[in-house]
Design a protein around this ligand. Structure first.
Ligand code: GDP
Ligand code: IMO
Ligand code: MG
Length: 424
């Protein structure tokens, strides 16, 4: 059976922590989309781990971890991240890590181009992570890139990279910020034999696992509002991060999917550019940012912060159809006298209530937000293990979210540590 974990908002909801917790009970943990733009921090047994390319299930010694074909693979990051978790004492990580030969490579060339493109956009840039994710997926879609399978089995894979480099030079002019194509090809050749033992035919591997009845957990990357189709386009990532992306990026038997879990932060954050209706530029935003330690794991940028937006969360549920939710970081709200929640948007010109969720980033950046104000609980929730032990106002907050979205909140995060979670 398969369980899928997906982000409800703009990423960084705490998917990694839930994935870590649920991984203890599965045979396989897999990634289907994204790449090294992800940053999942897990605090386990006093140690903090940052995952980017690799699945968070690696922390559990009996879990096999798969990087599925929908992920764009940056080979040097694969090895540096593996070395860094091994240095922190993760055992047998090499034997438990597999990567699909169908993964398209995310090259250093793509990262150079990502930054050049952002530079061209100037003030209207996307605020990408600068890791080359957009160019990597674009060159997969336009069929110019190299797959892991090509690196392993095609001696002429370098010609494709040279052709890509020539194309980018025509587009951007100059020397592509000093990028050295021959050095990148050489570097990849040197990785070839090191990569071979990790490489699998994911279709065969997962078919066999599913036939044996193994439990599979899929760790989502990014989130619904960063999805290339359903997100706040163009301020999104370059792939499908919603349910459909998991099906396209991993060979799952859809009949065996038993649960889709949405991870929802108790307030909103966003890194990079783009509309954010509940963003707070004053004390509330600063307080959420500071108490929540809201800094990007991948780029170290300060995350923009604001109140929970149930309009976008409802839309996210309409796209992903969550079976249950993990509400995270409830503890960050512990010291607020009052808490606000967005329950509707009004059109900025007509003042009429907007139905659905605007497709235009411009309109979304101008909507007027209708808030419901709730009483804060002014008490510590960290470490609470039972719903009934939460302060009454915190219980009301959770129940209000559940009722508004029509989805049960099954887990509540009350602190960063692995054990700081309440299961209902
Ligand atoms: P992801 O990208 O969705 O995996 O989330 P990130 O790891 O980027 O960001 C979530 C951050 O919040 C991490 O630093 C987690 O350790 C932390 N975190 C997760 N759940 C909780 C929680 O319930 N309370 C608090 N205070 N921190 C949490
Ligand atoms: P996790 O998995 C938060 C954002 C970037 C930028 C936009 C496009 O940790 O939730 P990209 O480099 O993907 O082309 O950037 O998407 N972004 C994320 N924001 N969490 C992430 O991942 C993100 N991955 C990309 O900040 O706005
Ligand atoms: Mg993150």
């Amino acid at each position: 059976m398969a369980t899928i974990i997906l982000g409800v908002q703009w990423g960084d909801e705490g998917k990694g922590k839930l994935c870590d917790i649920l991984s203890s009970d599965v045979q396989i943990c897999a990634r289907a989309t994204g790449g090294r733009n992800c940053g999942h921090t897990i605090v386990a047994a006093g140690v903090s781990y940052d995952f980017h390319m690799l699945p968070s299930g690696l922390l559990h010694p009996s879990t096999t971890n798969i990087i599925g074909p929908g992920v764009v693979l940056h080979v040097p990051t694969f090895f540096s991240e593996l070395a860094s978790i091994e240095a922190k004492g993760v055992v047998n990580a090499q034997q438990r890590l597999k990567v699909s030969t169908r993964c398209a490579l995310n090259l250093d060339l793509h990262a150079v181009v990502d930054r050049l493109h952002e530079g061209q956009l100037g003030k209207k840039n996307i605020g990408t992570t600068g890791k080359g994710i957009g160019p990597a997926y674009s060159s997969k879609a336009d069929r110019s890139t190299v797959l892991l399978g090509d690196l392993l089995d095609d001696d002429e894979f370098g010609d494709r990279i040279r052709a890509m480099e020539r194309g980018y030079k025509l587009r951007f002019g100059g020397d592509l910020a000093g990028y050295d194509v021959e050095a990148e090809i050489k570097k990849l050749e040197n990785f070839r034999e090191k990569l071979r033992p990790f490489s699998i035919d994911d279709v065969e591997f997962l078919e066999e696992a599913q036939e044996k009845g193994q439990k599979i957990l899929i760790e989502g990357a990014q989130s619904a509002l960063l999805d290339n189709t359903y997100g706040t386009w163009p301020y999104v990532t370059s792939t499908t991060t919603t349910f459909g992306g998991v099906m396209a990026g991993l060979n799952l038997n859809y009949r065996k999917i038993d649960s889709v879990i949405g991870v929802l932060k108790a307030y909103c954050t966003r890194v990079g550019s783009g509309p954010f209706p509940t963003e707070d530029f004053g004390d509330v935003g600063t307080k959420l940012q500071e108490i929540g330690h809201e800094f990007g794991v991948t780029t170290g940028r300060r995350r923009r912060c604001g109140w929970l937006d149930l309009v976008s969360a409802k839309y996210s549920n309409s796209v992903n159809h969550y079976d249950s939710l993990n509400l995270t970081k409830l503890d960050v709200l512990d010291t607020f006298e009052e808490i606000q929640v967005a329950v509707a948007y009004r059109h900025p010109d007509t003042k009429e209530l907007i139905r659905g969720f605007p497709a235009s980033a411009k309109l979304l950046s101008r909507v007027e937000v209708v808030y419901k104000t709730m009483k804060g609980w002014n008490a510590t929730t960290t470490g609470t293990k039972k719903f009934d032990h939460l302060p009454k106002e915190a219980q009301d907050y959770v129940t209000f979210i559940e009722d508004f979205l029509g989805v049960k909140i099954k887990w509540i995060g009350c602190g960063p540590k692995r054990e700081d979670i309440l299961t209902r």
